[in-house]
Ligand binder design. Sequence first.
Ligand SMILES: *Cc1c(COP(=O)(O)O)cnc(C)c1O
Length: 351
Amino acid sequence: MATATLSIDLDAIAANWRALDRLSAPDCQTAAVVKANAYGLGAGRVARALAQAGARRFFVACAEEGAAVRQALGAGPQISVFSGHMAGDTDMINDLDLTPMLNSVEQITRHLEALPGHPFGIQLDSGMNRLGMEAAEWEAVASFVLEAGPELLMSHLACADDPAHEMNAAQLAEFHALTDGTDVPRSLAATGGILLGRDYHFDLTRPGIGLYGGLPFEEATPTVALSLPVIQLRDLAIGEIVGYGCTWVAEAPSQIATVSGGYADGLLRSLSNRAVLWAGDVPCPIVGRVSMDLITVDVSHLEQAPRKLDILGPHQSIDDLAAAGDTIGYEILTGLGARYMRRYIEGTGRA
Ligand SMILES: *Cc1c(COP(=O)(O)O)cnc(C)c1O
C-alpha cells in the first residue's frame, strides 16, 4: 500500500488540554478551539476526546464547522462561532444550538431580529484589526447590547507568541477599557495568551495550537506522527540528477528512496533540498524537488533498505518541519493531506 500513515494521539491532545487548563485559575474555564477540522486532525474525534477530558466549550471558525462538531458531540457542550452570524446561518445556529460571536452592528441586528433570546457573544477589536467591533462602534451600542445579555465578551491578541512584544500589554489595556464593569464573562487568551500569565486569562481561555502540540506551548506533548512508505530504491552514479528541474546532482555514488507523499499531501514544495526524513534515528535528506505525490530522499548511508521514512515523529516536530519549509506549525498541521490513512491512538491511559 502506498498510502502514508498519519497517527493522531488523542490521549496526547487531552493531556495538552489538561496541562493548559492547569495554567489558569480553577474558576477560569478552558475551552478548546477545533476550527479547520481541529487543525487538520479531525474535528469529530478530537472534540469527543476533549469533551471526555472535561472541555465544555468549543470554538469553530464558521457555522458549518459548528454543525460537524455538534453532530460529533450531541447536545450539551457549547459551540461558539468566531465568524459570528452571517446571512444564511440562522437556521444552522438555531437548529444546532450554536453561539455566534457577533462582530459588527450588522451581525448584532441580524441576530437579535432573527433569533431573539438565542445565546450570543460579542467579539471586540483590541488592536489586531481582523475581527470584532471597534471601540467607537461598541460604545455606541454597548448599553443596548448588554441588555440583550451576551454570554461572552472576547478579543484576540496579535503577538501573544512573543511575550516581549509591547502589543500584548497594549491590547490587554484596551480590552480592559472596552469591558471593565460589564459583569459579562470575558476571554482574551488563545495558547500564547495563556502562557503570558493570569492577567490575560479573564474568565475563559481559548487554546488551539497548544492542544495539538505546537509552539508557543513548548511543554506540549507531540500529537502527530507521519510515516511515508518507500515505493522504490535506486542507485545513482556520479553526475546523475534527481527530480524536476535537475536541482540535485549526485556527487558520489548514491542510493535514492522514492517515498509516497508530496505537496498535494501538504508536504510543502519549499521543503525541497532542505528538510530531512528519518529512518528510525538516522536523518536522511530530501534531495531534489518535492513533487505532487512523491519525495526523493538520499538513503546512501543506511545499512538496511528502509521500508518507510518518517517525516513527523520523535525526531521532527511540526515546528521543526515548519522551520525547514519557512512556515509555522499551524500551516503544517492544517495542510495535512486528505489521502493519509488516519490512525487514532486513544485509551492508552496516559495522563
Ligand atoms: C485560532 C484562534 C484561537 C486559537 O489560537 P491558537 O493560537 O491556535 O491557540 C483563539 N481565538 C481566536 C479568535 C482564533 O482565531
